[in-house]
Ligand binder design. Structure first.
Ligand code: GLU
Length: 436
């Protein structure tokens, strides 16, 4: 695992999803942040599959993730691919790296920083009940850490009896102590030390996320860990672990959640309540990729919109993305704003491009419409050309789904129908005329 041959200051980062099958906007936010940071600096973006929890794994999830991110212009330089692994820092799927984790686990045991724990489920629940009664913090720490200081004879007896065990970290931290930490998004944080003897290896010998990410990010020469801020509570443990293993700590970029307005209050986008959290939703609605990408940039970097106004035709690569501009509390996702961005993006396209993209969308989501578009491409393009180009291009189309509408839109829109100038008619009127 040699040092990487990248320019000074280059960002080497990764996406490290668990293959659960659901690709959401948060994945795109993390992917885009990582991709921009890596490629803007001449660094590397790789894909590592964190498949240590076999129970949650959904077959084909890695392929779906790769395809979906690629659709949004996020391509990996290295890592897991649809045809196996690519790169010299592999394997890039954690279950295949078990032997590597074991080397470091043994090192920690030898150095007195990890130990086997033979606690049963019943003992752990009894511990929890006791902690509840005593009104103290939950967890395996201090006086509750039953196997922390057990003799080698006790351990050998358990091993000889074939009892299952996990490997735990022997924490030397105390919740009485605090230290300062600099996160690239959250800024200066005051962190309380971890005193819990967390699990490093589960009873099947497979590591927990905490241990696996420390070993992998060290060996894969990651310089920046970009991830959701749900990992902040375990950051004190991660810092401890890197130190114990003798690894240089990477820089951390903890991204806040995506929020939406619900009445007058903000709340996190939820998988259960908000269909717009799934990335597949945008494809099915027919948002052009460019629009989603531009919109995500506007919510991630507050100066992006000004830059775009000053450079309307510039390539996105020219925008200087900075993780420091991310809102530490999370970004507000505004569907209406996305729709506006999309109208602008579509307004910039010529009729040929609109035709191609609408047809591509319709082929997958509205075959009947696709068939009509393909039957007479020149006529369809002529319709898409209406009001396009010039200084004030039409901006009434936000999603491909709206391209073929729907009788009511012109039946109810009397002023548009009677308007004398054809170019002021909504695009969908024409399509509707054409198709009905
Ligand atoms: N497997 C973790 C997750 O899916 C990755 C977190 C990270 O990027 O380090 O949340």
């Amino acid at each position: 695992f040699p040092l990487r041959n990248v320019p000074e200051g280059a960002v080497v980062t990764r996406m490290a999803p668990s293959p659960t099958g659901f690709v959401h906007l948060g994945n795109l936010v993390q992917g885009l942040t990582s991709e921009r940071m890596a490629h803007q600096s001449g660094g590397v973006l790789f894909l590592r599959v964190e498949d240590t929890d076999a129970k949650r794994e959904v077959p084909g999830a890695v392929e779906v993730l790769i395809d979906t991110l690629k659709h949004y212009g996020i391509a990996f330089d290295e890592g897991a691919t649809k045809d196996g692994d690519f790169g010299i820092y592999g394997p890039y799927r954690q279950r295949q790296r078990a032997a590597i984790y074991h080397v470091y686990a043994k090192k920690l045991v030898e150095e007195g920083m990890a130990y086997p724990c033979f606690c049963t489920e019943e003992e752990l629940s009894a511990m929890r009940e006791k902690q509840e009664a005593m009104k103290v913090n939950f967890g395996y720490y201090g006086e509750f850490a039953m196997w922390r200081d057990r003799s080698i004879e006790d351990i050998q007896a358990q091993l000889a009896a074939g009892n299952p065990w996990v490997l735990r970290f022997k924490s030397t931290g105390s919740i009485e102590n605090q230290f300062k930490f600099d996160d690239l998004v959250k800024g200066k944080l005051t962190i309380t030390e971890n005193d819990v003897d967390h699990v490093l290896l589960k009873s099947d010998g497979i590591p927990t996320y905490h241990f696996a990410h420390a070993v992998d990010d060290h060996l894969m020469r990651t310089t920046h860990v970009v991830r959701g801020d749900e990992w902040l509570p375990t950051l004190p443990f991660h810092i401890q672990l890197f130190k114990a293993l003798g690894f240089k700590l990477p820089k951390y970029v903890h991204i806040g959640p995506l929020m939406k307005m619900d009445g007058n209050s903000k709340r996190k986008l939820s998988k259960r309540k908000d269909p717009e959290l799934a990335l597949t939703y945008y494809k099915a609605e027919g948002f052009p990729v460019e629009a989603v990408y531009e919109y995500i940039l506007t919510i991630l970097n507050s100066n992006f919109e000004d830059w775009r106004r000053a450079n309307p035709d510039a390539d996105l690569d020219e925008f200087k993305f900075s993780p420091k501009k991310l809102n530490p509390a999370g970004s507000l996702f505004d569907y209406a704003k996305l729709t506006d961005v999309s109208k602008n993006e579509i307004a910039k396209m010529d009729a040929q491009k609109v035709y191609t993209l609408v047809t591509e969308w319709a082929t997958e989501f509205d075959p009947d419409f696709a068939q009509k578009l393909k039957a007479d491409p020149d006529f369809a393009k002529a319709i898409f050309a209406i009001g396009r180009g010039g200084k004030k291009p039409r901006k009434d189309l936000a999603i491909w789904k709206e391209a073929k509408v729907l009788k009511p839109s012109f039946v109810t829109n009397a002023s548009a129908v009677t308007s004398p100038g054809v170019t002021t008619l909504p695009l969908n009127c024409f399509i509707s005329f054409y198709l009905l």
